[in-house]
Design a protein around this ligand. Structure first.
Ligand SMILES: C[S@@+](CC[C@H](N)C(=O)[O-])C[C@H]1O[C@@H](n2cnc3c(N)ncnc32)[C@H](O)[C@@H]1O
Length: 413
C-alpha cells in the first residue's frame, strides 16, 4: 500500500491514484488517499479515478491525435482526468486551468505544463466519450470469452462495463424499512441513485445489505430449508452468509482470512443474524459433522466484477488463473467429502472465464463418478442462462448490468 502524498485536492488525489494503479500496479482499493483530504473530496477523488479507468481507452482515443508522442505517465494522467471532466460536462476554462496548475505543482510534470495547456486547448468543443466504442477487455480475458460466448455477447458485456453500475441490495425476509428501488425478479432491489448507503432507511436496523443481484443468486439456487446445516466455505466478507442465516439455516462460516472474517462478524452484528465463525484454511480444516448443504464461493480471478473494479484489466495479466483453477478444484474435492449422503454443494465463482466455471464443473464430473448436477428450479430464472451441463452462467449484460458469475449445484450419492 502506498500513500498518495503529492497534494490535497480531489483532482490531484485522483491523478495520484491513477499514477499508483497504472504506474505501479496498485489495486484501486489499496491506494491510500492523503489524510488531509475531506470526506467529500475523498469520495470525489475515488469517483474521478474510477471513472477515468472505466473510460481509459476512450479517453486515450480523444488524446491520441493531439499528442505527437506519449508524455510521461504523470502528465498523461493529468490530461486523461481533464478529458474525462470535459466529457462529464465541466467548463473548459476551469478544467484547463486546474490541469495546468496541477502540472506546474508536480516535480515530474512542471516542465510539461505548457504541453498540458496546448493539448487541452486543442480539445473539441464537445467531448463525447459515449460515442466512441466501449473499452475492450484485455486479450487474456477477451479471447476465451469470445470463444465461449461469441463476439456479440462480449461486445454487449463491454458496453455494460463502461457504465457506472447500479447498487443492488438484498433485503432480509422480515425487513421493515427498505429503500425505494426496482425490485428484480430474483428479489434483489436495485437503487438507481443510492447516495450515501449508510444514510438509507433500514441500514442501521440491518434490514438489508449491499449485494450484487448476481452474487445473491447462488444462495437463492440453494433453496435452503430452515434448520438445515450449511457450511459457507469461503465466507468473507459474508453477503452469502447473511442470506443463509436469514433463510433459517444453521450456518458455519469459514474463511482463511481473519481480517476479512472480522467483516463477516460486523455484518452479522448489524443485521442481527448469527453464524458460527471459523478462521481456517479449508485445505487443512475438517468438520466434526457433515452438512446438509455446502456453499463454495471459491477464490477466483474476479473478472465478473470488472464493472465495479475497472482497475482489474490494468493490474492483472491472467498469470494467476492457472493457480486459482487448481485451488478451486482442490477446495471442491475437499468440500464434497463434508456433505451428508444426498446433500448438495453449490459451487460458484465471480469469474467470466470458463476455466473457473463451466470447465471446472466438467472436470469435477470427470473426477467424481456419481457426482450429478441438479438443474436450477427457480421460476424466474431465464432458461437461456442455464448451460447444457445444468450450471448457470450469469453475464454482466443481463438485466441491465450484474456481476458475471458461474453457479452450479452438485449432489453426490
Ligand atoms: C470470492 S471471496 C468470498 C465472498 C463471500 N462468499 C461473500 O459472498 O461475501 C473468496 C474468499 O475465499 C477465501 N479463501 C481463499 N482461500 C481459502 C482457503 N484455502 N480456505 C478458506 N478460505 C479461503 C478468501 O479469503 C476470500 O474471502
Amino acid at each position: 500500500m502506498k500513500a498518495v502524498t503529492e497534494s490535497v485536492t480531489a483532482r490531484s488525489a485522483a491523478v495520484g491514484v491513477l499514477n499508483a494503479v497504472l504506474g505501479e500496479g496498485e489495486m484501486l482499493s489499496q491506494v491510500v488517499l492523503p489524510d488531509a483530504l475531506s470526506g467529500p473530496d475523498r469520495a470525489r477523488a475515488e469517483r474521478l479515478a474510477t471513472q477515468v479507468l472505466r473510460q481509459l481507452d476512450r479517453i486515450d482515443r480523444v488524446l491520441k491525435p493531439l499528442l505527437r508522442k506519449a508524455p510521461p505517465l504523470a502528465v498523461l494522467n493529468i490530461l486523461r482526468l481533464a478529458v474525462y471532466e470535459r466529457a462529464d460536462g465541466a467548463a473548459a476554462h476551469g478544467v484547463v486551468n486546474e490541469a495546468v496548475s496541477l502540472a506546474r505543482r508536480g516535480k515530474r510534470t512542471t516542465h510539461l505544463s505548457g504541453l498540458v495547456n496546448a493539448v487541452l486547448r486543442a480539445l473539441p468543443e464537445v467531448v463525447d466519450l459515449a460515442a466512441l466504442p466501449p473499452p475492450q477487455m484485455p486479450r487474456w480475458l477477451r479471447q476465451p470469452m469470445v470463444h465461449a460466448y461469441g463476439r456479440e455477447a462480449v461486445s454487449a458485456i463491454e458496453a455494460v462495463q463502461a457504465l457506472v453500475p447500479a447498487v443492488d441490495i438484498t433485503p432480509k425476509a422480515a425487513a421493515v424499512a427498505v429503500p425505494e428501488g426496482e425490485r428484480l425478479p430474483s428479489g434483489s432491489i436495485r437503487l438507481a441513485t443510492p447516495g450515501q448507503i449508510t444514510q438509507l432507511p433500514g441500514y442501521d436496523a440491518g434490514d438489508w445489505w449491499v449485494q450484487d443481484a448476481a452474487a445473491a443468486m447462488a444462495v437463492r439456487l440453494m433453496t435452503v430449508q430452515p434448520g438445515e446445516t450449511v457450511l459457507d466455505v469461503c465466507a468473507a466478507p459474508g453477503g452469502k452468509t447473511l442470506q443463509l442465516a436469514d433463510a433459517g439455516a444453521v450456518v458455519t462460516a469459514l474463511d482463511i482470512s481473519a481480517p476479512r472474517m472480522a467483516r463477516v462478524e460486523e455484518n452479522l452484528a448489524r443485521t442481527g443474524l448469527s453464524a458460527r465463525l471459523v478462521v481456517a484454511d479449508a485445505l487443512h480444516w475438517s468438520p466434526e459433522e457433515r452438512f446438509d448443504a455446502i456453499l463454495l464461493d471459491a477464490p477466483c480471478s474476479a473478472t465478473g466484477t470488472l464493472r465495479r473494479h475497472p482497475d482489474l484489466p490494468f493490474i492483472k495479466d491472467g498469470s494467476e488463473v492457472a493457480g486459482l483453477v487448481e485451488l478451486q478444484a482442490a477446495l471442491l474435492d475437499r468440500a464434497l467429502g463434508w456433505l451428508k449422503p444426498g446433500g448438495r454443494l453449490v459451487y460458484c465463482t465471480c469469474s467470466l472465464l470458463p476455466a473457473e466455471g463451466e470447465e471446472q464443473l466438467a472436470a469435477a464430473l470427470l473426477r467424481h463418478p456419481g457426482l450429478a448436477v441438479v438443474p436450477p428450479a427457480l421460476t424466474w430464472l431465464p432458461p437461456e442462462w442455464v448451460t447444457p451441463q445444468g450450471g448457470v452462467r450469469l453475464r454482466p449484460d443481463y438485466w441491465g448490468g450484474m456481476d458475471g458469475f458461474f453457479i452450479a449445484t452438485l449432489t453426490a450419492p
